[in-house]
Design a protein around this ligand. Structure first.
Ligand code: AVJ
Length: 308
């Protein structure tokens, strides 16, 4: 009997992390999925990124939401993909609750803490809200959200992590709802570069935390001093890329596998696409939506778009 009981009890989430991490590390071009940035440590670092002087994304989006929240459509059910820690949610709910006593709010996130924090912000302020949290990855969550026509929020330019085909697939699954989605716009390459190479090195720490997380959760032995953050704008692909670069030839163990790295070899950890108005229109059309309205800032650095 005891022979079957080796290792920790089965934890499906850790299992998926293990499978995805090992799969990525076995590729010729090694990769790790960016969704694994957000453990407790990574979420804290991301919150810090959001307040960096170089990272224009969060405050530009916040200003647009603050200015235009009253123009967003009303719905009995609001579904938010990637609710984060709910910092911008109260702002929106002031608007959503202005003409109603009850509202169902469905936050969707893979992080348990993000869901808890978001829920914790709400009930005191809005007694008429019913919260039905869904803890799942976005793809799986699409099958679990309410079917009645709702307002879906997909903010924080999270759509930037998806390539064209993935974003079309994701949005297609939301047909029948109205979707408020935010896109980070193409802009001066120097500004983009700075936003992902901040002077304080928080983005580097955020990127490296992925290896630290593998060490913590998958018994890895990455030596963090042997890895460097690399981020640049790939103009041909229209995206910021983040990589981790091996500082020498090295062997790293993850669970019972050994992975070899050459000096200078990269692990590709994230793509963050930047969009033009034409690309937004194309994604909407291919997903079966119409761009109802686009709100932007004075410099057109960022867009919040209503799809119907
Ligand atoms: C959460 C995907 C919008 O792409 O700007 C920030 C993640 N990565 N700095 C982004 C991120 C490095 C962020 N998104």
């Amino acid at each position: 009997m005891a022979a079957f009981l080796t290792g920790a009890p089965r934890d499906p989430e850790r299992e998926r992390f293990r499978a995805d991490a090992l799969h990525g590390l076995r590729q010729a071009q090694k990769t790790l999925p960016c969704k694994y940035f957000y453990d407790a440590e990574g979420s804290k670092l991301f919150d810090q990124i959001c307040t960096l002087p170089e990272y224009y994304v969060t405050r530009t989006e916040f200003a647009i939401l603050e200015r235009h929240a009253a123009e967003f459509p009303l719905a009995d059910t609001v579904i938010e993909f990637g609710c984060g820690y709910g910092a911008k949610t109260p702002l929106l709910f002031d608007a959503f609750c202005r003409t109603r006593r009850t509202l169902t709010f469905v936050p969707v996130d893979i992080s348990k803490r993000a869901l808890e924090e978001t829920a914790r912000h709400l009930p005191h302020t809005y007694p008429g809200i019913t919260i039905r949290a869904i803890r799942a990855e976005f793809d799986r969550a699409c099958a679990l959200i309410p079917r009645e026509p709702s307002l879906v929020l997909f903010l924080g330019s999270n759509v930037g992590n998806l390539d064209h085909a993935e974003s079309v697939r994701f949005l297609s699954a939301l047909r029948g709802h109205q979707v408020l989605v935010s896109f980070d716009m193409q802009k001066d390459h120097g500004l983009l570069h700075a936003a992902y190479n901040d002077a304080q090195g928080v983005t580097a720490e955020f990127n490296l935390n992925l290896l630290a997380r593998i060490n913590r959760e998958l018994g890895g032995n990455f030596d963090l001093a042997q890895w460097k953050h690399l981020s640049f704008y790939n103009a041909a692909a229209g995206r910021i890329e983040m990589h981790l670069v091996s500082q020498g030839a090295q062997a790293v163990r993850v669970l019972d596998e050994t992975h070899l790295f050459e000096a200078g070899e990269r692990i590709h950890t994230e793509n963050s696409y930047k969009f033009s108005e034409e690309q937004i229109g194309a994604i909407a059309a291919e997903s079966g939506f119409r761009v109802e309205k686009r709100w932007t800032d004075e410099q057109d650095w960022f867009s919040v778009v209503l799809l119907s």
